[in-house]
Design a protein around this ligand. Structure first.
Ligand code: BTN
Length: 257
């Protein structure tokens, strides 16, 4: 096998693909898991009630990608949050491999993947079950492969949504993206478990959009602005505003143009 042959499906990880679900996150959260069962990916060719961050709906027509990685573990919130960096890095890698185009992709804190400055993909983490009883972390990933939602249906200051097809002319089958994403996620997840957040932080920062520029972050009904300096070692966003330094563990980033 040549060294650039695609990675194979990770050992011990399940793969389920359905034609239609309400939401792959909702379905993964309600799936019964046997004690000792390993993690699995659940993909749907179409979602009828996809959900996004902050309770927003996520549109998912046939041809777009919607899948959830379900990890049968209760992780403390700070550790769970780090998994979303593993997911964002893996997704960017899978998209570069699938399109054959390394240029144009970037990451927006905490875990959006951008293409040519527009929002291409989003990630939603949800915890379910109680410690020891069906506990799980669900990492839901949606990618606009063939269609982006109508910008008019989104908040006014949301980034323009884009699709892979419109931006690159490349049509990726959702199953093919899953086959690239699963091994890439497995590698980043192992790196996180073995070496901690450092390697992910470096890799994420190398692809970060608008680093060194002034950005705004909404945290509930507060808004902070400042120059995007870095991520700290817990994945929090660090902004510099004059003499003030804001360390933001969670929020929604807005770019002014
Ligand atoms: C965002 O708002 O940026 C996050 C969007 C996450 C959408 C994905 S699609 C697969 C999974 N199932 C859901 O219902 N949501 C996530």
């Amino acid at each position: 096998m040549s060294s650039d042959a695609p990675d194979s499906w990770p050992e011990g990880v399940g793969r389920r693909i359905l034609d239609e679900l309400d939401s792959t996150n909702a379905a993964a959260l309600r799936t019964f898991m046997q004690p000792g069962e390993g993690p699995f990916w659940l993909m749907a060719r179409r979602q009828t009630a996809g959900r996004g961050r902050q309770g927003r709906p996520w549109q998912d027509p046939v041809g777009n990608f919607a899948a959830t990685y379900c990890l049968p573990e209760a992780l403390p919130p700070e550790e769970a949050g780090l998994r979303s960096f593993a997911a964002a890095l893996a997704l960017q890698e899978a998209l570069v491999a699938a399109t054959g185009r390394p240029e144009g992709f970037a990451l927006k804190w905490p875990n959006d993947v951008l293409l040519n400055g527009g929002k291409l993909a989003g990630i939603l983490l949800e915890n379910g079950g109680e410690a020891g009883i069906g506990a799980r972390l669900c990492i839901g990933i949606g990618v606009n492969l063939v269609a982006a939602p109508d910008a008019a249906s989104l908040p006014e200051d949301a980034l323009l949504p884009v699709s892979v097809l419109a931006q690159t002319g490349v049509r990726i089958a959702p199953e093919d993206l899953l086959d690239l994403l699963a091994p890439a996620f497995d590698r980043w997840d192992r790196s996180l478990r073995t070496h901690g957040f450092g390697p992910l932080r470096d890799a994420w920062l190398a692809c970060a959009a608008r680093r060194g520029e002034r950005i705004s972050v909404r945290i509930g009904d507060r808004q902070l602005s400042g120059v995007f300096e870095t991520l700290n070692d817990t994945g929090a966003l660090v902004l510099r505003d004059g003499m003030a330094r804001h360390v933001i563990p969670a929020g929604d980033v807005y770019f002014s143009n």
